[in-house]
Design a protein around this ligand. Sequence first.
Ligand code: S3P
Length: 168
Amino acid sequence: MARIFLIGFMGCGKTTLGRKLAARLNYSFFDLDQLLEEQAGMSVAEYFSSFGETAFRVAESEILKQTAYPENAIISTGGGLPCYFDNMAWMNANGKTIYIQLSAKALASRLEKGKDERPLLRDKQGDELVNFIADKLAERESYYKQAQIIADGFGLTAEKVTDLLHIS
Ligand code: S3P
């Protein structure tokens, strides 16, 4: 039995890798942001602007803990989720956690494109974006590093993750 939680900063590749990993292992795939969007009937960006970040943090934690995961599941989490409430401890107690680690510089170049859907980033560009990412990452790494496995996100493949997990 394996429930695998993918954690890490926005843009580190949790969703893309999670889908590939689930397909490779024949596990079910869950994306917590997507579940929240389905349940709320609106995008994450709309949720932030309608209800604010504090309400979003409560909602994402509830979805994390209340979803009925099957025995074998890959769960991709939102970038802030491990840093609120007891979410990190809960994931460690209920499955395996993998931190997909990338530098702030690498994240910034990957996020130039997808930043519009991300309420924390959408109004930032250039140096302001890079500095925001560096500061936020520094603030969050102590949570991310509580993961059971830390994987270098550079060139990470589903195959490498299965090796790290010792499953095939
Ligand atoms: C957030 C990350 C996003 C989403 C929300 C807030 C964050 O998820 O949950 O925009 O605080 O880092 P991704 O990491 O999937 O972009």
